[in-house]
Design a protein around this ligand. Structure first.
Ligand code: GTP
Ligand code: MG
Length: 345
């Protein structure tokens, strides 16, 4: 066999092996194997081109699986509000009801994978030991777009592996809430009693996104304050514009320490699922989210392509100076840059 033939044979063998492993991984995923799920997530997080190719094959297979029965719940709130402890308590409740629970964490502020889950391992101690629970740390990524993509793909993989209740924890800072809100069916905002909204750094916009607001740590000396805070938030939320899906956001109090009101949270989410499935908004929202992420991906890729182009970089440097010297308007400069970019072959 000459060199060329040998290379082509090697290439074919490599492709066959890749195909086999992506197929094998898919089969194992379908059987609910959590080790296969971990490998699949590692594959989509890999930067290697061959891994990425294989990961896309896998994702496309998983996308064809019916996931209408799954529910994706986003959980946000300021650091220390009790998200992880709530997930431990609520997650165990879900397991008791027979659900298979996947917990994902999104923390775009940490570039290193696994940052925030270190503390969570202790906070989700019991849940992490359940055979029907799967806990995965935040995907690492430089850009919010990168983290978003990995998280969305991870959700798809978890659903293919039979996890029907997906909980996505995100820190209540920066743009991470908006990002998670755009990939879940139900958005849960956790709040502390006794601290003003400004103190908690929760913007009105985030409250408007919430399908339910929970006052956490409603136990001991804090119980009465929590009940009072609930009434205040309930009144405040009534003034918000109505949701087009017909859902009226609920306010509740919980204690993860005492495992109180987990049933109520569960029933609330189930009732949301029911009503939005009947009026068609459940499906409509997921479809809108798919289109939103398609557009986001295009925008991100176009921007990267534009700013990485050498001709654009050079011209942009020159034009910035001209704009500062007032010899060119910012709009003309932008026109010129786009014209140059479009004429690049
Ligand atoms: N009394 C009481 N304390 C709680 C409750 N839930 C959480 N805590 C405490 O609040 C602290 C923060 O809880 P976490 O669950 O780590 O909060 P978090 O929102 O996940 O925090 P980050 O991941 O850092 O954003 C811990 O010391 C918990 O023990 C509760 O229901 N009652
Ligand atoms: Mg946490």
């Amino acid at each position: 066999m000459d060199g060329k033939k040998l290379n082509s044979w090697k290439q074919q063998r490599k492709e066959r092996r890749a195909m086999l492993s992506s197929n094998q991984l898919f089969e194992e995923l379908l059987s609910g194997n959590s080790v296969a799920l971990s490998s699949a997530i590692t594959l989509i997080e890999s930067k290697k081109a061959s891994d990425q190719e294989e990961a896309q094959k896998l994702i496309e297979k998983c996308l064809r699986i019916d996931n209408n029965e799954s529910i994706r719940v986003g959980i946000t709130g300021v650091p220390g509000v009790g998200k992880s402890t709530f997930i431990e308590s609520f997650g165990l409740h879900l397991i008791k009801l027979g659900h298979r629970v996947a917990v994902l964490a999104v923390d775009p502020t940490s570039e290193k994978s696994g940052g925030s889950i270190l503390g969570d391992k202790t906070r989700m101690n019991e849940l992490s030991q359940q055979p029907n629970a799967f806990i995965r740390p935040s995907a690492a990524g430089k850009s919010l777009g990168g983290v978003a993509r990995k998280t969305r793909e991870t959700i798809i993989l978890c659903e293919a592996a039979g996890y029907d209740y997906i909980l996505v924890e995100t820190v209540g800072v920066g743009q991470s809430e908006t990002m998670v809100h755009s990939m879940v069916d139900f958005f849960l905002l956790l709040m502390l009693s006794g601290a003003g909204d400004e103190l908690q750094g929760i913007k009105r916009g985030i409250m408007e996104m919430a399908d339910a607001l929970i006052i956490t740590k409603a136990d001991g000396d804090n119980l009465v304050a929590a009940q009072k805070a609930r009434i205040q938030y309930k009144n405040a939320m009534q003034l918000f514009p109505k949701n087009e899906n017909g859902w009226l956001p609920r306010t509740m109090i919980t204690s993860a320490l005492e495992n109180s009101n987990m049933e109520m949270v569960y029933d609330t989410i189930a009732s949301f699922q029911n009503s939005t499935k009947i009026n068609g908004h459940f499906k409509h929202k997921r479809e809108n989210q798919d289109i939103y992420w398609l557009q986001e991906a295009i925008t991100e890729q176009l921007l990267n392509d534009f700013y990485q182009n050498q001709k654009v970089v050079k011209l942009l440097g020159e034009l910035k100076q001209k704009v500062l010297n007032k010899t060119c308007s910012p709009f003309n400069a932008a026109d010129l840059l786009l014209y140059t970019y479009k004429s690049i072959e």
